[in-house]
Design a protein around this ligand. Structure first.
Ligand SMILES: CC(C)=CCC/C(C)=C/CC/C(C)=C/CC/C(C)=C/[C@@H]1[C@@H](COP(=O)(O)OP(=O)(O)O)[C@]1(C)CC/C=C(\C)CC/C=C(\C)CCC=C(C)C
Ligand SMILES: [Mn+2]
Length: 308
């Protein structure tokens, strides 16, 4: 790990904290309609915190996935990690970092999930294949399950439900929060199979390909047949199991967080339904949920958020 100087250099900020949060809002709105919609349903304090986290995650992902990714080396990620430590030590390096430093003063966030996410991006630097689902699951935890842990700190838990005399203590739906991140990432992977293949990447576990007698070459050539359809059905079923696990934890979240999390969960999981509608063709078309169908999800999310 690179060391930061003992007394960090003084940084001149161009924007006020207010303006920096506004920039985070705009970045979230630009890059993720689904998550942005979710945050619009939260209280002001929570949504600002999620925008700050979103921007840090997006910047981390851009290091290995963005337009300048070719220049990224393991040392770039070491420096990014040193910068993360500085954010947590109260020494942000720019305005966007300063929103995260501010968020840390308002919500109980641990540094470890942020470190784990950098580790996940590191995997993208040296890996383009996963032999087993166990290996892929670790990757999914690192790049997405960690987001569940970060968000859980902001969303908060429903204390009323855990003050019953027989409760052993507050129940933290930590595994469920991780499960939602994994479910989202598996969905991402299925939607982007074609795009990733064109970059020489295969995230689907090779053991699963073998199980359905489908080869790497078939995948790189975009072959769609009964083997591919059966393989995709298997993957979709697995992702849905993670959504189901996550759903059990949503009622343990504080009441004002349930609607946004339900909305984001239903919207994101609907990408799987779109993949099915497209007959599993993820090579020539990108599965997306049309706006009118997104609108239909909201009343369903509202109803589910009312149930304890
Ligand atoms: C108990 C319980 C269920 C609690 C809820 C916990 C919770 C809110 C979990 C949310 C989990 C979540 C939103 C995970 C995000 C997963 C994700 C999309 C990860 C993205 C990686 C994908 O990489 P890839 O390169 O394959 O894809 P792209 O083509 O580049 O998109 C990431 C890009 C890593 C970085 C993650 C983000 C930028 C998203 C961060 C999102 C938030 C902070 C918003 C969460 C807010 C709501 C309303 C759910
Ligand atoms: Mn990415």
């Amino acid at each position: 790990m690179l060391q930061l100087p003992k007394s960090p250099p003084k940084v001149t900020m161009r924007l006020s904290l207010e303006e920096a949060y506004e920039e985070c809002r705009q970045i979230t709105a630009k890059y993720s309609k689904t998550f942005y919609l979710g945050t619009r349903l939260m209280s002001e304090a929570k949504r600002r915190a999620i925008w700050a986290i979103y921007v840090w995650c997006r910047r981390t992902d851009e290091l290995v996935d963005g337009p300048d990714a070719k220049q990224t080396t393991p040392e770039t990620l070491d420096l990014w990690e040193a910068r993360l430590e500085a954010i947590f030590a109260g020494h942000p390096q720019d305005e966007l970092d300063s929103t995260l430093t501010d968020t840390l003063q308002r919500f109980p966030l641990e540094i470890q999930p942020f470190r784990d996410m950098i580790e996940g991006q590191r995997m993208d630097l040296y890996r383009s294949r996963y032999e087993t689902f166990e290996e892929l699951k670790l990757y999914c935890y690192r790049v997405a399950g960690t987001v569940g842990l970060m968000s859980e700190g902001v969303m908060g838990i429903n204390r009323a439900a855990s003050t019953a005399p027989w409760a052993e203590g507050p129940y933290h739906p930590t595994q469920e929060a991780i499960a939602l991140g994994i479910a989202n990432q598996l969905t991402n992977i299925l939607r982007d199979v074609g795009e990733d293949a064109r970059r020489g990447r295969i995230y689907l576990p090779l053991e699963d390909l073998a199980l359905f007698d489908y080869t790497e070459r078939d995948l790189l050539e975009g072959v769609i047949d009964e083997r591919w359809q059966a393989l995709m059905q298997f993957q979709i079923q697995r992702a849905r199991k993670y959504y189901l696990q996550a759903e059990e934890g949503i009622s343990a979240l504080s009441p004002d967080a349930r609607l946004p999390v339900w909305a984001a969960t239903i919207l994101y999981s609907n990408i799987l339904t779109e993949i099915e509608r497209n007959q599993y063709d993820v090579f020539n078309q990108r599965a997306y949920v049309p706006s009118w169908r997104k609108a239909l999800c909201l009343p369903v999310a509202w109803l589910r958020a009312q149930a304890l």
